[in-house]
Design a protein around this ligand. Structure first.
Ligand code: AGP
Length: 612
């Protein structure tokens, strides 16, 4: 996923573009660049690596930054390495047209061959560059930027959001949306284009969400929207309901720590909304519960952290709804034999709503007749297009690449969905439903306790920070918790942490155990696998592994057995994944921070993987 910004107005164009890119850094940070329309020419500045390198590059070019319009891009590399040559913006051969792109042009190879045969010279390895030469070719035919772009996009297949400027047409940006979000921000005497609201939050009050197959001509005082055939399209404006606070760390050293500490309030709001009027749960307003409850089987499809939330829901739904639930990684679902049918409820979970694997998988399930229920944190995202029912996470923009608040919001929404489905199917008694709802309501207070008493987590991080590997083990409903804890540590600290079913330890992974391989055990006293978990930990102890545990307060056995023990207040086991995730998030954060890692922008990662 990349980030795009565009600006036309009397402001300080260069610095407006740079600050917009700064707020989009969570989308990728392999390279960055801007193109400025300076009267009779287009000036391009681009640099590989972090955005700071671009700031450095333009620091002595203030005269060129005072342009009349411009476009900018921050990249997560897909086609072509993270080099300056491959950085956007890309320029046409005659130097008159510049563009930035988010998405994937699937037929770029054949187009590149065609354009090279026509004499166009390529300077980069990217798919994007074909669009620069294609639009130049069409501009020579049609003479205006709108006509050139609307003609050119017809040759393209795949997903693309573009901003395009041309030397002959000052103070004009042509923006294009096809399968990748793009918005237009409406100002006074100035207008903006952006991939996402954080780039323009605080700068505009109203925005236009472009739809697929639409393009916009954006000038200082006017915005016109067309379809790809050049027919004018009426557009509706929406007020920006996001405060600049969203992209501020609010005094925290990293967005990740800020977002970890937002969790209790987010869960509280979700639950408060849920019980406000005692009637239909507001977060479920867009869920066709009657329809969804008729399903004879459930499939839950997701990637990464969202897949771990899906796995928790798998346990919960089977217990509450008494129907088979399969949890599948989206990238696997796409290529396996498909038993999805019209009796299936397919739940797609994606924080960003732009994960290509999950979107492709959901599309496939829809083609097989399933009722599609989508959980996403971005209601304007691409995945929503395929939803029959929608469950918004309402967690607020998650800036840090590591998912934390979206994970606990997903779990909360899945619990609420499960209870609603159980009520509809009468698979739980009214007493059982009432008890579960009461337990759920108490979670935010317990979350707050965990997050406010986290000093011991930081102390544990000090003791663990020099290990290069860790094994996380659990059983049952908390196996996904162990997987999620390992993923958190892996992705931000680069420690080789892996989650395993505790019962699987003796079937191979135990060979890895020694004094250099700490074992993190996630367990809850009083359930049917607790004693087995204790045995697994004793097996690890016998192989000289440092034993770290996450359990409930007052777990006396664990207190005796573990070298390091993190605890949470006791809760009904089915809700324990939500609480137990918190110390694991904090542990990963503190270890990464102690190691001096780029916590919010871990290497090689992006906030959403928009390529399969
Ligand atoms: C989680 O911390 C990672 N950022 C990653 O695994 C993420 O959960 C995954 O890419 C899925 O993203 P999505 O929820 O936006 O689809």
């Amino acid at each position: 996923m990349c980030g795009i910004v565009g600006y036309v107005g009397v402001g300080d164009v260069g610095n407006i573009l740079l600050s917009g890119l700064k707020n989009l850094e969570y989308r990728g940070y392999d390279s960055a660049g801007i193109a400025l329309h300076n009267n009779d020419r287009i000036d391009i500045f681009k640099a590989a690596g972090k955005l700071e390198n671009l700031y450095e590059l333009v620091s002595d070019q203030q005269d060129k930054l005072a342009a009349t319009s411009g476009i900018g891009h921050i990249r997560w590399a897909t086609h072509g390495k993270a080099t300056t040559k491959n950085a956007h913006p890309h320029l046409s051969n005659n130097g008159q047209l510049a563009l930035v792109h988010n998405g994937i042009i699937e037929n770029y190879k054949s187009l590149r061959e065609e354009l090279e045969r026509e004499g166009y010279v390529f300077l980069s390895e990217t798919d994007t560059e074909v669009a620069a030469h294609l639009f130049e070719r069409e501009y020579k035919k049609w003479g205006t930027l709108e006509a050139a772009v609307s003609s050119g996009v017809k040759y393209l297949k795949g997903a693309f959001a573009f901003c395009v400027i041309h030397q002959n047409e000052p103070e004009k940006i042509v923006a294009v949306r096809q399968n990748v979000p793009l918005i237009v921000g409406l100002g006074e005497g100035e207008n903006f284009v952006a991939s996402d609201i954080p780039a323009i939050v605080g700068k505009v009050r109203k925005i236009v969400y472009l739809n697929d197959g639409e393009m916009a001509t954006v000038s200082r005082n006017a915005v016109s929207v067309y379809d790809f055939n050049g027919r004018k399209v009426d557009y509706r404006t929406e007020y920006v309901d996001m405060s600049p606070d969203v992209i501020s760390k609010r005094g925290y050293p990293h967005f990740m720590l800020k977002e970890i500490h937002e969790q209790q309030d987010i869960v509280r709001h979700l639950l408060q909304d849920a019980y406000a009027d005692g009637q239909k749960i507001p977060v479920l307003q867009k869920v066709h519960i009657e329809e969804a409850a008729k399903a004879e089987k459930i499939e839950i499809i997701a990637c990464g952290t969202s897949l771990h939330a899906a796995a928790v829901a798998g346990f919960v739904f089977e217990e509450w709804l008494k129907i088979p639930v399969s949890v599948i990684a989206a990238s696997e679902y796409i290529y396996r034999c498909c038993l999805t049918d019209e009796k299936t409820l397919t739940i797609g979970i994606s924080q960003s709503g732009e994960t290509a694997d999950t979107i492709t998988a959901v599309k496939r399930a829809k083609e097989h007749g399933a009722h599609i229920l989508v959980l996403t944190n971005r209601e304007d995202s691409s995945i929503v297009r395929y939803a029959d029912s929608r469950l918004p996470l309402k967690a607020g923009i998650e800036v840090s690449v590591a998912a934390t608040k979206s994970y606990t919001a997903q779990l909360t929404c899945l619990y609420l969905l499960g209870l609603a489905l159980a009520a509809e199917r009468r698979s739980l008694s009214l007493d059982e439903l009432g008890q579960l709802h009461d337990e759920l309501r108490q979670l935010p207070t317990k979350m707050e306790k965990v997050l406010n008493e986290a000093e011991n987590v930081k102390a544990a991080a000090e003791k663990l920070k020099n290990y290069h590997q860790m094994i996380y083990i659990a059983r049952g409903i908390n196996l996904p918790t162990a997987m999620e804890g390992a993923l958190k540590l892996k992705e931000i600290s680069y420690v080789n942490a892996n989650g395993y079913a505790a019962g699987e330890l003796k079937h191979g992974p135990i060979a890895l155990l020694d004094e250099n391989m700490p074992v993190m055990a996630v367990l809850t006293p009083g359930n049917r696998v607790y004693d087995k978990m204790i045995s697994n930990c004793e097996e690890a102890r016998a192989r000289h592994s440092l034993l770290v545990g996450v359990s409930f307060d007052e777990d006396k056995t664990a207190e005796r057995l573990f070298d390091l023990l993190l605890t949470v207040p006791p809760v009904t086991e089915v809700f324990s994944p939500l609480l137990l995730a918190l110390p694991l998030q904090l542990l990963a954060y503190h270890i990464a921070d102690l190691l001096g890692r780029e916590v919010d922008r871990p290497r090689n990662l992006a906030k959403s993987v928009t390529v399969e």
